[in-house]
Write a protein that binds this ligand. Structure first.
Ligand code: MN
Length: 230
């Protein structure tokens, strides 16, 4: 293939225990998928979750140093289990959904909360709040072929050594199979699509110099060190 401008590399995640990488196509994210997080965001804990998207180019494979983003004064962490799809389809059932999941990783749905809130207040899109440079640090993918399909296990975040998020993925309102079934009613899902499955309570404001360490049982940890803004 010839392109009229130089093409870029496919965004791709590391794979635990392998030199091969997992190419990322689209990023779907679930909002308000844990009751206690709904409450801390001002909800009553009885809302239906929903989806938004990020660009595949927002990923920061393996984390590491990330830059405090532009035009925000309220930059938040959200620790999330990430499910990556090895195949897809339309109108996938809950029962067959796990057959499409290739593996799992720890991710951070980094958020410019002030810009997201502006969007909410003005009936405008969330894109500037959620989809920006380096908005999705994601650790190595552990294959489902190795660990199965985790439905419970601790999910946590330490900021500068202090625990800020501490919950269990069993507390998700919509399970991963339910998320896949729901999404596939609206999109033809495909290999390479990934889902950030929502954050538990304990979101908060990151600042330059902070060191974030996120973890999920069985999936290892993901570190992000926040650099000063440009
Ligand atoms: Mn999130």
């Amino acid at each position: 293939m010839h392109y009229v401008i130089p093409a870029w590399d496919l965004p791709a995640l590391a794979v635990a225990g392998s030199d091969a990488r997992f190419p990322v196509r689209r990023i779907f994210c679930v909002g308000r998928n844990y009751v206690e997080h709904q409450k801390e965001m001002g909800g009553d804990g009885r809302e239906q979750p929903f989806f938004f998207t990020k660009s595949a180019h927002d990923i920061v494979p393996g984390g590491g140093e990330i830059r405090y983003p532009l035009k925000t004064e309220n930059y938040h962490w959200e620790t999330e289990l990430v499910a990556v799809l090895g195949s897809g389809g339309l109108r996938i059932t809950v029962e067959e959904a796990n057959d499409h999941v290739w593996g799992y990783a720890v991710g951070l749905d980094m958020t410019r909360r002030d810009l997201q809130q502006w969007g909410k207040d003005h009936g405008r899109p969330w894109s500037f709040g959620k989809d920006f440079d380096q908005a999705a640090p994601i650790g190595p993918v552990t294959p489902a072929a190795r660990i199965g399909h985790p439905a419970k296990g601790r999910i946590w975040l330490e900021v500068n050594g202090e625990t800020r998020q501490d919950a269990d993925i069993a507390m998700m309102i919509w399970s991963i199979p339910e998320q896949i079934a729901f999404l596939s009613q609206y999109y033809t899902l495909a290999a390479g699509d990934i889902i950030m499955t929502g954050t538990p309570a304990g979101v908060g404001k990151a600042k330059p110099g902070d060191r974030l360490v996120a973890g999920i049982d069985g999936l290892g940890t993901l570190e992000a060190k926040i650099l000063p803004p440009l």
